[in-house]
Design a protein. Sequence first.
Lengths: 262, 314
Amino acid sequence: MPFVEQGLVVRHNQVSRDMWELEFIAPAIAPEALPGQFVHIRSALGINPLLRRPLSLYDVDKKLGSITLLYKIVGTGTNLLTRIKTKEYVDVMGPLGKGFSLPPKGKRVVLIGGGVGIAPLVYLARVLSDRGYQVKVLHGVESRRQLVAFDKMRQIGVDFMPSTMDGSAGFKGLVTELLQKKINPSEVDYIYTCGPEIMMAAVADYARERAIEGELSMEEYMACGVGACLGCARKLKTDDESYVKICKDGPVFPLGAVELLG
Amino acid sequence: MRNKETLIQDQEPELSVNLGGLIMNNPVAVASGTFGYGREYEDYVDISSIGAIIVKGTTLTPRPGNPGPRIVETPAGMLNSIGLENPGIDVFLNEHLPYLQEHRCTVIANIAGNTVEEYAELAARIEGHRGVGAIELNISCPNVKQGGLQFGTDPELVFQVVNAVKKNSTLPVIPKLSPNVTDIVSIARAAQAGGADALSMINTLMGMAVDIKNRKPLLGNIFGGLSGPAIKPVALRMIYQVYREVKLPILGGGGIMNLNDALEFMMVGASAVSVGTGIFVHPRLAVDIAEGLKEWMQQNNISQLSEIVGVATH
Ligand SMILES: Cc1cc2nc3c(=O)[nH]c(=O)nc-3n(C[C@H](O)[C@H](O)[C@H](O)COP(=O)(O)OP(=O)(O)OC[C@H]3O[C@@H](n4cnc5c(N)ncnc54)[C@H](O)[C@@H]3O)c2cc1C
Ligand SMILES: Cc1cc2nc3c(=O)[nH]c(=O)nc-3n(C[C@H](O)[C@H](O)[C@H](O)COP(=O)(O)O)c2cc1C
Ligand code: FES
């Protein structure tokens, strides 16, 4: 069951030029939070900005009852969010949406994140790894300093493969090129992806051509976050008659269900 | 201890209101299109304790709605161009209404048509269904190209629609006025002449926003309806004008975010209020305001809401 609660901020730090990590105690939300779900957070009090902002569960510590978010500064809300200090409270609503499903036992899974799209994949990696799946994580960024999930991935103990456009770490080039060139498709049973649509489109093509199943996480501007306002509607396929609600029917969908704007 | 309790009981203020025949347990409703069919918010609030749930606008046949983006945030508000996405009247009556009835909610149906006949037909379909307490007429939805706007901006059409619905319904009929008009009072008078039992005001103000990077309108539908605190001053002004000229109870709303906002609406003439966009921020907003109102009345020695309705218009 989702809740609105005031989360006590225990950690809030800048992790790259334009990315921050925010950890807060959320005793009601944390125990229920599943990978791929999100919280709806107020970036500031007052009426500007007015609406909450959706952010994925980056990590959840069930023992501590804490939730960590990873966010990139893109506009007013995310800018204002940086001003919140430890020991202050954040107004959060969640957990919301339909998260990732777990593949049958024994499947070898590959997680592919682009930029801040790595956010939902960290908590997913943790849960998969805890359950004994063999997990490989590919993370594509511009430059080494944006590999913000590196420590967490190492701590979780997954096989982490970065790609950078400038070649400052790992594979030089796009994460989808890394996927094509360095991963043996016969060793991949299931794919999860989150990132820019153009990247997810390439991942979806890769998976379709090799008949690999998987899931992706989508974004849309949101108002309510609970399926009431119909603001986040989107047609999964161009010829679909009706719209789905990204907040409630998603944000996670099967890879093959969506025609991406590649 | 006992004395104190009786004292408080003696002073218990009366929160219930009669809105043109609809009895509400408290004067705070949730606005159409912002609360779905109630179920969407059941985890956050006891929906039966809400003054009235005005459900999502319903048309005769299902509507898929507009292409996205459908919403964009603007200073102290938001634009929406949902395009009246809804499953149609039959699905509302058969699948959503029973749930609301089970939970003993006070329900106001919100209907929208493309012709006078469609409004009349919608009212007839609702007639006899237990669980609907009143009908709100959306004659002001700015999103739908064929219907909506024309009705709410032409006094003659407003008269016809209200009149046709009244003929087919025994429920209180509450036209929801569009603010996108030059003379709101003439529209309100037409609604009254048509037989309206109360007035709901205001619906969203038509607006737009531009995506500078891509050099095109931000909303898929180009125009959208502005809601939230940005429209509150306009709503207050229009309710003030109508309250002084038309003797119908008013369900006032537009940008209400807290108790003080609600009090402003009442003081310019609203007998009851609705919260919409504010719910997206505070899912419990309607019940929180109702509880706050009760305390405020106690503190100010007010036993009946009628003591404050319209006080700022004298
Ligand atoms: C389910 C979900 C999970 C997410 N998880 C994360 C996460 O973990 N980390 C993360 O960093 N981000 C995440 N996001 C994205 C995040 O919600 C946005 O980046 C954030 O809301 C931006 O808020 P802002 O106020 O900073 O920017 P805004 O000021 O709201 O907008 C940023 C830019 O978008 C433009 N814009 C605003 N509205 C529209 C519109 N309707 N259509 C087109 N353009 C528009 C603005 O003009 C501006 O240029 C997620 C989104 C969703 C839906
Ligand atoms: C997302 C959204 C959907 C709406 N849908 C409807 C609708 O279907 N029918 C209607 O009469 N009004 C609709 N409205 C208007 C609201 O009911 C309300 O009149 C308006 O938003 C002003 O109040 P507010 O500022 O409190 O939101 C909608 C508003 C929003 C924001
Ligand atoms: S954000 Fe309101 S329905 Fe998805």
